[in-house]
Design a protein. Sequence first.
Length: 92
Amino acid sequence: MNTLHLIHNAAPDAKSPPLKDVVARVVRRYLHDMGHASESDLHATVLAEVEPALLQEVLAHCRGNQSRAAGILGLNRATLRKKLKQYRLLED
């Protein structure tokens, strides 16, 4: 099951719960759905699914201003650009 789909459906429309609660709920559900199947690198799987969405949402919030987005994310602008290229989110 897609992790981003789980996160989107885990948060109610009203006042959102703390992000850590949403993540905990999604991870519990993911592990439950996985059953006895083994995940070789859950950390990398979660990052690969969540980080691109995080970058896109923050960049959209900043109306494409990479310097501002980098500041919100706690990254320097070069690192943000590297990550955007890594996930093929950077328009040339």
